[in-house]
Design a protein around this ligand. Sequence first.
Ligand code: NAI
Ligand SMILES: O=C(O)C(=O)[C@H](O)COP(=O)(O)O
Length: 330
Amino acid sequence: MVKVRVTCNKNIIERFGVKKPEGWDFQYINYPCSDEELAQQCKDADIVFCGPVDYFRREVIEQLDNCKLIHSLGVGFDKIDLEAAKEKGIYVCNNRAVNAVPVAELAVGHMITSLRRMPEADAKIKAKGVDGFNESFKEYQVKGQSELSSRVIGLVGLGAIGKAAVKMLKAFGCEIMYYDVFRADEAYEMENDIKYCTYDEILEKCDIISYHVPVLDSTRNMVRKETIEKMKQDAIIINVARGEIVNNEDLAEALNNGRVFAGLDVIAPEPPSADHPLFNLTEAGKARLSITPHIAGTTDDAFIRMSKWSYDDMVKVMNGERPNNVVNGL
Ligand SMILES: NC(=O)C1=CN([C@@H]2O[C@H](COP(=O)(O)OP(=O)(O)OC[C@H]3O[C@@H](n4cnc5c(N)ncnc54)[C@H](O)[C@@H]3O)[C@@H](O)[C@H]2O)C=CC1
Ligand SMILES: O=C(O)C(=O)[C@H](O)COP(=O)(O)O
């Protein structure tokens, strides 16, 4: 019998009743836990089914003697030691593009939230309470709002999510610039009227800079003091990718100093510690930040696709076929 050990949350996986491969032994293990416990609980697994931010370090992977596949429920796989899995002959797969649309939608949501100064308006109106509304409602309006339709947007990373964002932003009538280590083909650029440029050009020319890159040595701390200094006054930074892209201290300082705005769906580490700089902002800093708890990719619709696609891959592997979206070069 095929043994699948699952670190993803049971309530998430079972909620939609997506049909699992029949007769297999699916066990939801106790996670998060220590590496030792993780290895112990997954020791007999044919397949490990993990969340996109679950840790599978070398020490754990080296003990997975039966394992043929580690499958990430979503897109990210940055906490899995890909090399260790490859050495062990274990496929690591993700569900590429499974949640590109909802992630791009939330990025656009954060853009509008910042442009319309919603965190400030929301805080003001809630602080007043019911009694505060005796006077004119307009009194609580905020200044400095602007429209998405005339903004210059810089997309950093033009993969599945970046491209989904292009579609949406075109509909808003934005001017779009992008930077990626790989340039899109000319036909795509022309059809979508987007301009390829350097990261520095993005920093200097864009009103909104939205990050859609994986965590790599080249993307860690892409948002830091030195890059923030190159941005326009009141530029909006959107991070729906991974917290590691942003230097927490530097962004917190820029928010507190009234230098930029930010919309974040992710933060490093998750969950944040009590003394995390982005959770200890001044009132002025808080008014410049909209934040969501890593929910961009996790709509119900996306979860259904995630389970279906993952089960399809698992069946393929157990039938001796190559699964989709192998990400560790096996
Ligand atoms: N907040 C959330 O719920 C979610 C977050 N994510 C995050 O978003 C990331 C991006 O996802 P996708 O667009 O699906 O990935 P993708 O692999 O389709 O695209 C990533 C793009 O980044 C580019 N890139 C890599 N290194 C770069 C660098 N140093 N500078 C510029 N560009 C670089 C790649 O060439 C590629 O075009 C994921 O790796 C994941 O961490 C993904 C899904 C949900
Ligand atoms: O797909 C990804 O990558 C993500 O970040 C997820 O959408 C978030 O998934 P959970 O960690 O909430 O399972």
